[in-house]
Design a protein around this ligand. Structure first.
Ligand code: NDP
Length: 298
């Protein structure tokens, strides 16, 4: 009889802490040697509590890394023109190297118009079409933070991704598409699956690396996972609990998948913490590029 194996969890908290430590050291060096203090501006429209909590944690992490943090709050009733005015001011401010407008924005504002208004050199969310195009073309780009975290965690368990089968479920501009581009750039053989994919379980079963970015709790079942595969669960879903507090869960049925996978990211504590860490990395990269300095080794 074979003993069932349990996948090794990938510790995103520890990985993120290590990245943040390297960022802080790089920020200290830039300040000492070049008089450069990277600055990140976060803009929040409205008072959605989850978005406000994200903005607070980004601000705290920015300050903890020794960088300048700027926060701009607009009321939920703000017009698109008002938001674009704030973006224009930040584009012109030389102490601001990274601009992030917390999404989603209220319905009267077109998120694409906002993304297009951000100077691509300050677009630390990596959503501007110029950055998306540069990534797809294999040129240096500011890449969305969550996909950078996914790649970092994947590479923490695979020294090379060349020739591996990677399946990414979800094709958003924020997660699925850039994750696929990053895996492709690492020479994985990439399938980008979505809601119209036929026989998704069979497609997932091919994957040596399975990335779930769907937004549906527990959708990826244990028998969709190839034995020994690396499973990266991007999903953050709040589900109800008996005590009424609710809890966060991923897109992967963890209890099932951990019995089949080789490595798996938990939710919470997997991909989530790496997102903020790579936001800091992107801000330092943008600051170095603005100052004409070489890209930092982060
Ligand atoms: P989107 O809603 O923008 O995209 C979801 C994708 O999933 C779409 O491409 C959609 O396909 C696909 N999809 C939906 N239903 C199915 C299905 N039944 N079968 C296959 N594919 C399906 O979400 P995001 O990419 O922004 O986010 C995905 C998840 O990741 C969410 O849970 C979000 O909270 C989380 N997230 C976590 C972050 C982190 O820091 N860890 C950061 C960002 C997001 P189609 O295109 O065909 O509609």
């Amino acid at each position: 009889m074979t003993t069932p194996t349990i996948a090794r969890p990938i510790d995103g908290k520890a990985a993120a802490a290590a990245v943040r430590e390297k960022v802080a050291a790089e920020v200290a060096r830039l300040s000492r040697e070049n008089g450069l203090v990277p600055g990140l501006a976060v803009v929040l429209v409205g008072d959605d509590p989850a978005s406000a909590a994200y903005v607070r944690s980004k601000g705290k992490a920015t300050v903890a890394a020794g960088m300048r943090s700027f926060e701009h709050r607009l009321p939920a009733s703000a017009s698109q023109a008002e938001l674009l005015d704030v973006v224009a001011l930040l584009n012109a401010d030389p102490t601001v190297h990274g601009i992030l407008v917390q999404l989603p924005v209220p319905p009267q504002i077109d998120p694409h118009a906002v993304i297009m208004a951000i100077d691509p050199r300050k677009d630390v969310d990596g959503l501007h079409p110029e950055n998306a195009g540069r990534l797809a073309s294999g040129l240096p780009a500011l890449v969305p933070c969550t996909p950078l975290g996914c790649l970092h965690l994947t590479k923490s368990v695979h020294s090379s991704l060349a020739g591996l089968e990677a399946v990414v479920v979800g094709r958003s501009n924020l997660v699925g598409k850039p994750v696929a581009q990053l895996l492709l750039a690492e020479n994985a053989t990439v399938t980008l699956a979505h809601s119209k994919t036929r026989d998704l379980p069979a497609v997932c079963r091919r994957a040596d690396i399975l990335v779930a970015a769907v937004g549906k709790p527990g959708m990826i079942r244990g028998d969709w996972v190839k034995p020994g595969a690396t499973v990266i669960d991007v999903g953050i879903n709040r589900v109800a609990t008996d005590d009424g507090k609710g809890r966060l869960t991923g897109d992967v049925a963890y209890d099932e998948a951990e019995k089949v996978a080789g490595h798996i990211t938990p939710v919470p504590g997997g991909v989530g913490p790496t997102t903020v860490a790579f936001l800091l990395v992107n801000t330092v990269r943008a600051a170095c590029a603005a100052a004409g300095l070489p890209a930092p080794a982060l």
